[in-house]
Design a protein around this ligand. Structure first.
Ligand code: FAD
Length: 475
């Protein structure tokens, strides 16, 4: 049989096997729907292969080396030698384990897997082009489709990702050496996480950011805490400057050129430049217009709160459907899409979607800030607990930052929280559960927390919001 002649049918066609797509496919199969998942590259998508997991592996490894080398106060004198090739091998091992796990889970749930690139032919047909010369294509007829094609890094004029010294985040996660001088263009979460990794591995790091601070849109005191620590790690910041290009430097390296809005130019020496200015949706080769779907000016697919596009039987989830462009949001959307297709009353809950930044210290938020809650007309009760008053934080040597809890003063309902400090990405789960369940300050404050733990700071912040804190002065 000629490969190009194959034609199959499926109830649900999922395009893209990142955290949006593979989760959607498994949930659809669990609901008894005949489900086909198409992936053109690697199972697990950007998250497992080029994003969340590899970056967190290197954040852990570089953090360990840095901690060990900076623990004299605790009586530890060490000068750890970093073998970058081994570190990257270890990271690759973690990634391989997880990506093969995704494939096995899909198979175990009876999801049909197809390797190839999908594009729409019409509202109920997709063509899958198999990779490699002469591999042909096949046609899949579907009743429902879920587009989960993700995103890729935005390129900027003057920087070509094909040049060895111009890194995407992916290149930074698979480097073969630590550059002496690294310029990071973009002080968002990806830029800041990787700036921290390379500062800890010994690079001299300069961050260039067009805005006036890092980590837009977090609150000022959150940004300040991360920036001060980054500066203590030796990271240099230049705000209000956009990178325009590079030239060859006098010492064989490069000069990264920038310009302010007023036209003032500067240049910073570098051996490598990491461009991390944002991500854009992957819709280019999908031919969504053949399915009757229009994309926005920036290429995103618009959806409703049940993940449906303008064409009701075609859903879009994850980064391709826009903010929040986060792995757990993609998975949540994937589950909603599958359940809606299965006829269940599922819908998105945007209120309790947390976000975390794995800088040093970490940042994590959920729900409303104080300003958001005031803008929504709430009489707001706010409580805080600084980590320098936490016994457990002191025993870890990491005391920067705070937990802030935001609640409705009238009812006590927890509306949101912001954490900057050690293990913020873990601690936010408690506040996320509180927002999701409609818990009150009283619920959080009267829950007995293990001592000594960082989580006690969440309880203390809730007590503080009630004017009942024991270990801090009440507001
Ligand atoms: P993706 O993960 O991008 O997956 C899309 C998949 O679709 C890809 O595998 C792609 O090959 C496939 N595909 C595309 N087009 C086609 C086609 N036509 N046919 C077949 N297959 C196709 N998020 C967090 O929540 N926490 C973090 O700590 C975090 N860290 C990050 C660090 C970095 C460096 C980066 C780059 C991202 C990070 N993210 C993080 C973001 C996270 O990776 C994304 O939000 C998430 O991967 C989005 O999932 P998705 O399923 O929408 O898309």
């Amino acid at each position: 049989m000629v490969v190009g002649d194959v034609s199959t049918g499926t109830e649900v066609l999922v395009i893209g096997a990142g955290p949006g797509g593979y989760v959607a496919a498994i949930r659809a199969a669990q609901r008894g729907l005949d489900t086909t998942l198409v992936e053109k590259d690697a199972y697990g998508g950007a998250c497992l292969n080029r994003g969340c997991i590899p970056s967190k592996a290197l954040i852990t490894a570089s953090g360990l080396a840095h901690e060990a080398g900076n623990a004299e106060e605790m009586g530890i004198h060490a000068d750890p030698a970093v073998d970058l090739a081994k570190m990257i091998d270890w990271k690759d091992g973690v990634v391989d384990r997880l990506t093969s796990g995704v494939e096995k889970l899909c198979k175990a749930n009876r999801v049909n897997l197809i390797e190839g690139e999908a594009s729409f032919v019409d509202e109920h047909t997709a063509r899958i082009a198999h990779g490699g010369e002469g591999q042909g294509s096949e046609t899949v007829e579907f009743e429902h489709a879920i587009v989960a094609t993700g995103s890729r890094p935005v390129a900027i004029p003057g920087f070509d990702f094909a040049d060895d010294h111009v890194w995407t985040a992916e290149a930074a996660l698979s480097a073969d050496s630590v550059p002496d001088r690294l310029v990071v263009v973009g002080g968002g979460y990806i830029g800041m996480e990787l700036a921290t990794v390379y500062a800890k591995l010994g690079s001299s790091v300069t961050v260039v950011e067009m805005l006036e601070d890092i980590l837009d849109p977090y609150e000022d005191d959150v940004k300040r805490t991360v920036r001060k620590r980054a500066e203590a790690l030796g990271i240099e910041f230049h705000f209000g400057e956009g990178a325009t290009g590079w030239s060859t430097g006098p010492d064989g390296g490069y000069l990264i050129e920038t310009e302010t809005e007023a036209g003032e130019t500067s240049s910073y020496p570098a051996d490598t430049v990491l461009v991390a200015v944002g991500r854009e949706p992957v819709t280019g080769t999908l031919a969504v217009e053949n399915a009757g779907i229009e994309t926005t000016d920036r290429g995103f697919i618009e959806t409703d709160d049940r993940t449906r596009t303008a064409v009701e039987h075609v859903h879009a989830v994850g980064d391709v459907a826009g903010e929040p462009m986060l792995a757990h949001a993609a998975s949540h959307e994937g589950i909603v899409a599958a359940e809606v297709i299965a006829g269940e009353p599922a819908a998105l809950d945007q209120q309790a979607i947390p976000a975390a930044v794995f800088t040093d210290p970490e940042v994590a938020t959920v729900g409303m800030t104080e300003a958001d809650a005031e803008a929504e007309g709430f009489d707001v009760a706010v409580g805080e607990m600084p980590f320098n008053a936490s016994g457990r934080a002191l025993t870890t040597g990491h005391t920067e930052g705070f937990v802030r809890i935001v609640a409705d003063a009238d009812t006590g309902f927890v509306l949101g929280g912001q954490i900057v400090g050690p293990e913020a990405s873990e601690l936010i789960a408690e506040l996320t559960l509180a927002v999701e369940m409609g818990a009150t300050l009283e619920d959080v404050a009267s829950t007995v927390h293990t001592h000594p733990t960082l989580a006690e700071a969440v309880m203390e912040a809730a007590e503080n919001a009630q004017g009942q804190a024991i270990h801090t002065l009440n507001r």
